[in-house]
Design a protein. Structure first.
Lengths: 114, 114
C-alpha cells in the first residue's frame, strides 16, 4: 500500500459526459501527479501540482483539467469524453518537487467510455 | 527528444531462473533512472532508482540494476525469479531539474512458468 488513494476504482460512462477522478496523496506529500495508461499510448504524464499550484504539464488534452485543493487532495476532470479516453488513470505523489524524488502511485481509476 | 526504450514486450522465464530486462534511454544528459513494477490490478511500485555514484543499484524484492553510461542503458536483473515476480515492469527516466516529469518505457510483461 503506497498510501495514495484514488476514487472511484472503476468508472463507466458514455461519450460526451464529464467525470471527476479524485486522488489523496500520501500524508505530508505536497506534489501530485496524474498519468494516463492506455494500450496504444502507454504510460503518459498528464500534469503535476505542487502545494496547490500547477507545476508541470505533459500531454494533457484541453478537455481535461485538474486542480489541487488546500487539503492537498487533487481532482482530475475529464469532459466531452470520447471512446479513446478509456484508460487507467493514475495519481502519484511525492514529498516535494525536486528532480529525482520518488513518486508513489495509487491503485488507479479505470475509466471506460462507451 | 527524450525517449525510453524497452526492447522486450514480453519475457517468459522459468521459476528459479535468472531474469534480465533491458532499458535504453535517449536524453540530453544523464537523467534520474527508475524501475517500477505493476502487478495485475495494482498501481506502480518503485523497485529501485539511480541518481549517482555506484552504477550497480540494489532494490527491493531481490532486484538490482546496472547503469551503463556508454550504452545509455539501465538494465534490471534478478538472479532467481519467483512466481510472484510475474508482472509488468517499467523503466522510467526523469530530468535532473525541477521540471519533474517522468517518461516511461512501454513496459515488459514477465511471465513465470513453474
Amino acid at each position: 500500500d503506497s498510501g495514495v488513494t484514488q476514487t472511484p476504482k472503476h468508472l463507466i460512462t458514455a461519450t460526451g459526459q464529464r467525470v471527476t477522478l479524485r486522488c489523496s496523496p500520501r500524508s505530508g506529500d505536497l506534489s501530485v501527479y496524474w498519468y494516463q495508461q492506455s494500450l496504444d499510448q502507454g504510460l503518459q504524464f498528464l500534469i503535476q501540482y505542487y502545494n496547490g499550484e500547477e507545476r508541470a504539464k505533459g500531454n494533457i488534452l484541453e478537455r481535461f483539467s485538474a486542480q489541487q485543493f488546500p487539503d492537498l487532495h487533487s481532482e482530475l476532470n475529464l469532459s466531452s469524453l470520447e471512446l479513446g479516453d478509456s484508460a487507467l488513470y493514475f495519481c502519484a505523489s511525492s514529498a516535494g518537487t525536486g528532480g529525482g524524488e520518488t513518486q508513489y502511485f495509487g491503485p488507479g481509476t479505470r475509466l471506460l467510455v462507451l | 527528444a527524450q525517449s525510453v526504450t524497452q526492447p522486450d514486450i514480453h519475457i517468459t522465464v522459468s521459476e528459479g531462473a535468472s531474469l534480465e530486462l533491458r532499458c535504453n534511454y535517449s536524453y540530453g544528459a544523464t537523467p534520474y533512472l527508475f524501475w517500477y513494477v505493476q502487478s495485475p490490478g495494482q498501481g506502480l511500485q518503485l523497485l529501485l532508482k539511480y541518481f549517482s555514484g555506484d552504477t550497480l543499484v540494489q532494490g527491493i524484492k531481490g532486484f538490482e540494476a546496472e547503469f551503463k553510461r556508454s550504452q545509455s542503458s539501465f538494465n534490471l536483473r534478478k538472479p532467481s525469479v519467483h512466481w510472484s515476480d510475474a508482472a509488468e515492469y517499467f523503466c522510467a527516466v526523469g530530468p535532473r531539474s525541477n521540471d519533474y516529469k517522468l517518461s516511461f518505457g512501454a513496459g515488459t510483461t514477465v511471465t513465470v512458468r513453474a
